[in-house]
Design a protein around this ligand. Structure first.
Ligand SMILES: Nc1nc2c(c(=O)[nH]1)N[C@H]1C(S)=C(S)[C@@H](COP(=O)(O)O)O[C@H]1N2
Ligand SMILES: [Mo]
Length: 207
């Protein structure tokens, strides 16, 4: 297990002083969109793909791709900040706000957190209020379907947090009463992950 800790400043970076107020501390702008995956890219077949909303909900749902694609998709413009220090501004994502997916079930009042599940073992956790405000399920990126390595057919986007919260190949949303650290959150990454506060790793690791 080799966390991404201590990775070097990325090669393809450009300084953009005029963008300074949009680039969080310790980040550099990148034109590229590198692939960062723990493990290999899973094979996904739309014929068998499903999205499940479960846990503290009434009326659990499981949608197949056709049902998911029939929902009302919108466009989101957001900046993307990777903990390995690159940021890409003004990315356009097309898909479904997480709040729209959650409106298909009745979220129980005791649900306060959410754990995103993926094809493969990756998970990541976010507070439910953050999920409702800005969580987004993207199928297209800058006008094109997501690349297979970037989470096709569907990835989570959580613009206000470091990108490990933007789970690729997402296929399940679990509602929880207690917070439950995800894959990287269990392995030293910050639970909150706010790039503007440079919440990269557990506070005790950076002391
Ligand atoms: N399922 C899954 N999602 C994931 C990851 C992963 O390893 N598996 N890596 C995360 C990390 S650490 C980052 S920085 C972003 C990178 O997204 P990208 O590969 O599209 O640039 O995806 C996040 N989502
Ligand atoms: Mo990352």
């Amino acid at each position: 297990m080799q966390p991404e800790f201590g990775l070097k400043r990325p090669d393809q970076v450009k300084e953009a002083p005029d963008q300074g107020e949009r680039v969080p501390p310790g980040q550099f702008l990148s034109d590229k969109f590198p692939v960062l995956t723990y493990g290999s890219t899973p094979k996904v077949d739309l014929k068998t793909w499903t999205m499940r909303v479960f846990g503290l909900v009434d009326g659990e749902v499981k949608l197949d791709w056709e049902q998911f694609a029939a929902l009302e998709w919108v466009t989101l413009n957001a900046d993307f900040h990777c903990v390995t220090q690159w940021s890409s501004l003004d990315q356009t994502w097309e898909g479904l706000p997480l709040s729209s997916l959650l409106s298909l079930v009745k979220v129980k009042p005791e649900a306060k957190f959410l754990l995103a599940h993926c094809v493969g073992a990756y998970t990541t956790n976010i507070p439910l209020d953050v999920a409702l405000e800005e969580g987004f399920l993207a199928h297209k990126h800058n006008g094109e379907e997501l690349g297979k390595d970037h989470g096709w057919p569907l990835r989570l986007i959580v613009p206000s947090r470091y990108a490990w919260k933007s789970a690729k190949w997402v296929n399940g949303i679990e509602l929880l009463a207690e917070d439950k650290p995800g894959f990287w959150e269990q392995r030293g990454y910050s639970n909150n992950a706010d790039p503007w506060k440079e919440e990269r790793f557990w506070p005790e690791l950076t002391k």
